[in-house]
Design a binder for this molecule. Structure first.
Ligand code: ADP
Ligand code: MG
Length: 338
């Protein structure tokens, strides 16, 4: 007998879950992404005890049929890509087919879902990766996912979590950035019984910015819109007089995917060079639209990093877009009033 054996499926799933579900905020991120991919216009997030006791995400998207609802929680089960070539042009936020499998492997998980065409909905209950129940239920169109007792079967992961305050902070951060990234979607976010964020879903980014950054931010943003070499830069950036002492108030979306990328932050800050004092950072919500074929989003299981085939070009175009908008704005400010 050899010493090497293939791991059993549940062990494989637990290992994989560790990469996707680092903390409660990762669950919230994955579930919001799924709701957006399902075309939801209303997304409600409710958490209890920093997401460890309970995370619930409710959407009014397309829902799933009974058959799909059961398959959805299997690993590598996805409706979003079919073949290798699709990986070159991912148009949805999800594509790895891992989130529901991972989340349901490390929690007590209940999925309720219904499509517009079905009369009855479906409930799937999974505990630590084991399906406990699949049954028809009455529910509205859309999907509700309830995640209870996250990491109940994964003590090591529980130990590495930060304080409840910092875990709920990370969740609020995720919801806030999605609210900024998707102004057409009405978000509601409850922590305990408290409604912490509510956006109208009326496609008004400035309005959402003022809900999130405070009323004093109103009138402090300028719109940017720039296109060059097939790359578009849209969004809002702050007046050089309206800065913050951290980069926290910057969000970048590439093809509507929230990403963290040092190169993009640098390009933004370079454009403000000489306009803000050191240690202060502009606020910005930037949307880059670029041919998916010149990006790679399959860098990490959390899908929050991206590679560009020509990173310098992307940085330069972003820089131009911001610099031009700032130059126009400053010019206007200097114009004498009539
Ligand atoms: P991925 O998003 O990468 O496809 P997931 O594990 O997150 O993988 O979801 C698996 C599948 O379940 C999705 O491809 C989708 O078809 C379905 N699904 C998940 N969440 C929802 C939702 N909120 N509404 C409708 N369908 C969903
Ligand atoms: Mg997904």
């Amino acid at each position: 007998m050899g010493k090497i054996e293939l791991l059993a499926q549940d062990v494989v799933n637990q290992i994989a879950a560790g990469e996707v579900v680092e903390r409660p905020a990762s669950v919230v991120k994955e579930l919001i992404e799924n709701a957006i991919d399902a075309g939801a216009t209303q997304i409600t997030v409710e958490i209890k005890e920093a997401g460890l006791k309970e995370i619930k995400v409710i959407d009014n998207g397309v829902g799933m049929t009974a058959q799909d609802a059961e398959v959805a929680i299997a690993r590598h089960a996805t409706s979003k890509i079919r073949q290798t070539d699709d990986l070159n042009q991912v148009a949805t936020l999800g594509f790895r087919g891992e989130a529901l499998a991972a989340i349901s492997a490390v929690s007590r998980f209940t999925l309720l879902t219904k499509t517009a065409d079905d009369v009855a909905g479906t409930r799937v209950i999974v505990e630590g990766g084991q399906i406990k129940e699949v049954s028809p239920v009455g529910c509205p169109r859309g999907t509700q996912i309830l995640v209870e007792d996250l990491f109940f079967n994964s003590q090591p992961r529980r130990k590495f979590l930060k304080s409840p305050r910092s875990e709920s902070g990370a969740i609020a951060d995720v919801v806030t950035r999605f609210a900024l990234g998707y102004p057409k979607v009405a978000f509601r976010y409850y922590s305990g019984k408290r409604l912490n964020l509510s956006t109208p879903g009326q496609d008004d980014l400035l309005e959402i910015a003022s809900i999130i950054y405070g009323k004093e931010s109103r009138g402090q943003f300028l719109q940017i819109s720039h296109a060059e070499d097939g790359i578009e830069v849209q969004g809002i950036i702050s007046d050089p007089g309206f800065t913050r002492a951290s980069r926290y108030y910057q969000s970048f979306f590439v093809n509507r995917r929230l990403i963290r990328n040092y190169l993009l932050s640098r390009a933004l800050e370079n454009a403000y060079q000489g306009l803000v004092t050191s240690g202060h950072y502009p606020c910005a919500i930037i949307f880059l639209t670029i041919d998916p074929r010149s990006t790679d989003v399959n860098v990490h299981p959390t899908k929050s990093d991206i590679r560009f085939s020509d990173p310098q070009l992307v940085a330069r175009i972003l820089y131009h877009g911001i610099r031009d908008a700032l130059a126009d704005y400053l010019q206007q400010q200097r114009m004498p009033e009539f």
